[in-house]
Design a protein around this ligand. Structure first.
Ligand SMILES: *Cc1c(COP(=O)(O)O)cnc(C)c1O
Length: 455
């Protein structure tokens, strides 16, 4: 009997190309709009924030984009990442299903995020950018960009959601150790931060507010600073497809092909990263893999948000895109400990969910942590709370397969480890966490201040 559990590739198997979903989108994407005029955005508007090569990638319809040699060199520090079969978990569940996971937690900052951070830092470096500004919630994205900035000699300025800054000192220290400057957002040194603090001196901050501050600092820098976003945009999802491209080869080594591919979704990048190469095979080769996006009930953009035009940030400075949204002024409930707090979603994922190519499900908080610990007890890895949403769904798939007596092949993305999220586990173990569903009234109220787009 083949009892292998690790399917390891060699350094030469690191993909040479990213896969760009724009080439194969089976449904049209809505245009991206300027937040002031609500007219289609111009490259000049974007050029204030991003280097030209990133803007070109964002709109490119080339199917495969070559990964620069300098980026592949850095990827070698942790790629290819392992793909494992969770045999102990299968046994604990007594399921006929086969459960595989791709583990992105082996990267320097502990998640999939360096896959795009390194690429973005590289393109900025060659176009002469001196510093990058960005936002971070829990600190995963800020850590990844701080690492990448240091590698390519760029200063990194991070606006960290204030409540996380206060509650997660270790992520801040990690960013500072990589040489970044970290501010608790809202701050006093942007117009938008000051405006928020005047109205709400005790504002805990939000991702939307932190994005606004980072965008404002880049826009006012006269070109020396650019802004970098860790999810949502198409180029970010493109960079993350190294995950799915490797997973395709590793599933081949395992001699199986997944019936379902699962990822958690905040802005959609780790999910798109693992799912899009499999979607390509669905679209081109008649494969029939189900693609399942998993989100928290506390922040249910795909399952309960509205598919419409909305601003990418709270201050309405970032572009307007068509996506599933809970409203740009969404502030998540403090009781929610699982991350994945962005109000919107990657436009490509939204369009594909809307057209039925991708499924979405929302899971409650307590069963998510329960799944995380069951996984840890059997596989030995404490997952990031974000990733635990994918684990919950993978376990539910395995239990469903058991009920139906199916040998279903399940692949999920374990997007990161939870070593900096132990306070959330502490709260769970002490019984301080609760299930929480985002209220319908709040969604309806938010829909009354969407941009009035006439197209
Ligand atoms: C940031 C993050 C996520 C959510 O972001 P996506 O863009 O949806 O992938 C998920 N898991 C981990 C570990 C993260 O750091």
């Amino acid at each position: 009997m083949n009892d292998q559990i690790r399917f390891q590739l060699s350094q030469n198997d690191i993909p040479k190309f990213w896969y760009n979903i724009n080439a194969d989108m089976p449904v049209p994407l809505a245009p991206v709009l300027n937040p002031q005029t609500l007219e289609p955005i111009t490259p000049e508007f974007l050029a204030v924030l991003f280097p030209m090569s990133i803007i070109q990638q964002e709109v490119s319809t080339e199917r495969y984009i070559e990964i620069p040699e300098e980026v592949r060199e850095v990827y070698k520090l942790w790629r290819p990442t392992p793909l494992l079969r969770a045999r102990r978990l299968e046994k604990a569940l007594d399921t006929p299903a086969h459960i595989y996971y791709k583990y992105e937690g082996v990267s320097p900052s502990g998640s999939h995020k360096p896959n795009t951070a390194v690429a973005q830092a590289f393109y900025n470096k060659i176009e002469g950018t001196k510093a990058l500004t960005t936002e971070t919630g829990a600190g995963q994205w800020g850590s990844a960009l701080s690492f990448a900035g240091k590698i390519f000699g760029l200063d990194v300025e991070v606006y960290m959601v204030k409540v996380s800054y206060q509650q997660k000192p270790y992520r801040r220290i990690l960013m500072e150790s990589f040489g970044a400057t970290v501010y608790p957002s809202p701050t006093e040194h942007t117009d938008y931060g000051r405006a928020i603090l005047q109205k709400h001196p005790d504002s805990p901050g939000s991702l939307g507010i932190a994005i606004s501050e980072a965008v404002e600092m880049a826009a006012k820098s006269g070109g020396t600073k650019k802004y970098s976003l860790g999810s949502v945009l198409t180029h970010v999802l493109t960079h993350q497809t190294v995950i799915g491209e490797e997973a395709l080869k590793q599933m081949d080594l395992a001699g199986e092909y997944p019936d379902v591919v699962i990822g958690c979704t905040g802005g959609g990048s780790n999910f798109g990263g693992i799912a899009y190469p499999f979607l390509r095979h669905n679209l081109q080769d008649g494969k029939n893999t189900r693609l399942l996006a998993v989100e928290p009930m506390a922040s249910p953009s795909l399952t309960r948000g509205v598919y419409t035009f909305d601003y990418g940030d709270t201050a309405r400075m970032a572009p307007v895109v068509k996506m599933h949204t809970l409203g740009h002024d969404f502030v998540p409930a403090p009781i929610h400990a699982g991350g994945l707090r962005y109000h919107g979603m990657a436009p490509t994922i939204s369009a594909l969910v809307d057209a039925g190519y991708i499924e979405a499900v929302a899971v409650p908080q307590l069963p998510t942590f329960e799944a995380a610990l069951m996984f840890a007890h059997n596989e030995g890895i404490i997952p990031a709370p974000e990733s635990a949403h994918a684990i919950r769904a993978a376990i539910d798939e395995a239990l469903d397969a058991k009920e139906k007596g199916e040998a279903r092949v399940i692949l999920f993305n374990l997007s990161g480890h939870g070593h900096f999220d132990l306070a959330a586990y502490d709260a769970y173990l002490k019984g301080e966490l609760h299930n929480y569903e985002y209220p319908q009234e709040a969604i309806e109220e938010a829909m009354s201040h969407l941009p009035q787009v006439k197209l």
